[in-house]
Design a protein around this ligand. Sequence first.
Ligand code: MG
Length: 159
Amino acid sequence: MDFRTGNGYDVHQLAEGLPLVLGGVKIPHTKGCVAHSDGDVLIHALCDALLGALGLGDIGQHFPDTSEEYAGIDSRILLSRVTAMVREAGWEIVNVDNTLLAQRPKIAPFILQMRQALAETMRIPVRSISIKATTTERLGFVGREEGVAAYATCLLRRE
Ligand code: MG
């Protein structure tokens, strides 16, 4: 049995009047992420964790933010492509663990929906996907509600 682990981190700036999409779920809020794509910081960190486990670079190399193809793209499409790369390389996803850093809005009511959205996109069981959320106690750029951040870790296995 062979294993690989990977980690990812991403940050997006928040601005008034933009849609907020986190973990594939649109969350009602006055601010959203400034980004070339839909700005789904959680999915971007997760893609980087998976690519890291494969040793295949990062999301920016595979889906450049200079490309019109990815303008406004639903990040679930990026995640499904990265998941396909994992399977094409012969690996199976054991589990993923994500931590979202946001001062506002409250994330807890959306966590199950996010896990379900990621499970559907990655075609793995909901129980294999963990999402936690934390504020930063009003400290730093997250605490000032200038941005949101996410960490992700994954484990891959093959026979
Ligand atoms: Mg990003």
